[in-house]
Design a protein around this ligand. Structure first.
Ligand code: SF4
Length: 499
């Protein structure tokens, strides 16, 4: 396909430059065909928003500065305001605008020292990443080229050891790494790349094939466009570790039916044979062994949590800890007993942790066999709760000890049904194994949506809307645990009932 670039007046911005470093085609599409971009998911939106919040909070490290707004001002006006702020002798500038060599940029924080200005780039991650060095290097290139007297450049990132107590202490929440030497070393690379990108933008869409760059270090926003030639069942559908997928792709092996099956480890072979020949795999002995680990009372348990936010939400919590706000428990007290259901959903706007734990301890029968799907998640949250409420330590330890992971028979492929396409997630296993139950009808139907629902509850003031979202959250979490009950029933059908 030949798409010609008609607008030749190309300028770069810092973010475009970074995209161009990832893939020239990404930059070209962004400048020329932005309408081909994928839709942004709710999780990406939340991540973007949390990055903005972190950037604003970090300004308190260098108080008394002046912000150069983006909204409502042209580039020229932003540049003029920045120049004015410098002339006024302000101690810091937030979102300072500069332009050099056709590259426009906004610096998160510029701090004035006796010797000159120090650049600070704020990231919501917990440490240095290679791509940050590129980001800061291009900013240094522009600032230096624009004639600003620079003393150095640093990364400001989240300190994951920070524990919130009361109001956020920005000096505890953030860590600063001076990377001036590395940034200076990168300057010739930036000059070269800027020239290469500008020349590329003068031509037709670059002929760049899909590759690891599409998802590493983050997913490109044009995969929907660039990957449209990949069929539904392809070499890229292969799950788990195994062959190098791009190596096969470069050899022209794209469709699943063309994959040399003998090169695959057995788990991927199961997937290919399952998809191509509708072949299931059941290891009845392994299923029996798994079912043998279950005892009564049985408690099918599932937690919902907040997003992993860089700024801790409550006292005693650290950055990126997920806060449990909801659980569902289906309980079978003994064999043949009537299934009972208990649930908890914290009132919005509160710190949900203590109420969550107290309700959980009350709901889960002592010493019961706790069945979860992907136990690592619930175990992690229980360990967090133990840290916050050590008085419940013993009870929590017992819960963790008594936990059985229903995901294992599916992950280890003791049960593999061809419709799963290599997946072992509950959302995929349920409709295949228990078609009468499905998440499809639910307004909230995955964990990400549940985290988003909680966020909506925290922000919503209309009681009717609050009620609707609460109902949706309860329905969703309830289905997660009912699904596990039904899956066990199906596994029993594979195996004799004495299990
Ligand atoms: S999807 Fe991949 S090939 Fe396409 S623009 Fe993005 S990184 Fe480049």
């Amino acid at each position: 396909m030949s798409v010609t670039n008609t607008n030749r007046a190309y300028h770069l911005s810092k973010s475009l430059f970074i995209k161009g470093l990832k893939c020239h085609k990404y930059l070209w599409l962004e400048k020329t065909r932005p309408e081909l971009k994928d839709e942004i998911s709710a999780a990406q939106e939340a991540l973007f928003q949390s990055g903005t919040d972190v950037g604003t909070l970090a300004r308190d490290l260098f108080p008394g500065g002046v912000e150069i707004p983006y909204e409502g001002l042209s580039y020229a006006e932003q540049l003029a305001r920045t120049a004015q702020a410098i002339a006024d002798g302000v101690p810091a500038i937030y979102e300072a605008a500069f332009s050099y060599d056709g590259i426009f940029m906004k610096a998160d924080i510029l701090h004035k020292t006796v010797q000159g200005w120090h650049l600070y780039e704020v990231k919501s991650s917990t440490g240095m990443k290679d791509e940050y060095l590129d980001d800061i290097s291009v900013q240094y290139y522009v600032l230096n080229g624009a004639g600003l007297l620079l003393t150095g450049a640093s990364l400001v990132h989240i300190n994951n050891q920070y524990v919130r107590q009361g109001a956020i202490d920005v000096h505890g929440l953030f860590a600063i790494q001076d990377i001036t030497a590395r940034v200076i070393k990168k300057q010739p690379f930036v000059t070269e790349q800027a020239a290469a990108m500008r020349s590329m933008l003068q031509a037709d869409m670059p002929c760049i094939d899909i590759g690891p760059q599409c998802t590493d270090p983050y997913e490109c926003m044009y995969t929907g466009y660039c990957w449209q030639h990949i069929p539904e069942h392809s070499v890229f559908s292969l799950r788990d570790r195994g062959v190098d997928k791009f190596n096969l792709y470069r050899q022209g092996i794209i469709r699943m039916e063309d994959i040399p099956i003998e090169q695959l480890p057995w788990i991927q072979r199961l997937q290919v044979e399952g998809t191509l020949y509708k072949k299931d795999h059941i290891d009845a002995a392994a299923v029996k062994e798994f079912l043998g680990t279950l005892r009564y009372p049985r408690c099918f348990l599932d937690f919902e949590t907040t997003y992993m936010t860089p700024v801790p939400l409550h006292d005693g919590t650290r950055p990126y800890q997920q806060i449990p706000f909801q659980f569902s428990a289906h309980i079978l007290d003994h064999e043949g007993a009537q299934l009972r259901h208990c649930e908890f959903l914290a009132p919005a706007g509160s710190d949900p942790r203590r109420q969550f734990l107290e309700s959980l301890v009350e709901a889960v029968p002592e010493n019961s066999c706790i069945i979860t799907y992907n136990s690592q998640f619930e175990t992690g949250r229980l360990n967090n709760l133990k840290e916050w409420f050590p008085e419940y330590g013993h009870r929590i330890d017992v819960m963790i000890e008594n936990m059985v992971d229903l995901m294992l028979p599916f992950k280890q492929k003791s049960v593999y049904l061809w419709q799963l396409n290599g997946s072992y997630s509950l959302k995929d296993v349920l409709p295949v194994l228990v078609p009468e139950l499905s998440y499809e009808e639910l307004n909230i139907n995955n964990g990400e949506m549940a985290s988003n629902g909680w966020l909506a509850l925290v922000q919503e003031t209309d009681p009717d809307k609050v009620e609707t979202v609460r109902k949706q959250l309860l329905e969703y979490c309830c289905l997660d645990t009912l699904a596990m009950v039904k899956i066990i029933e199906k596994l029993k059908e594979i195996n004799p009932p004495e299990a």
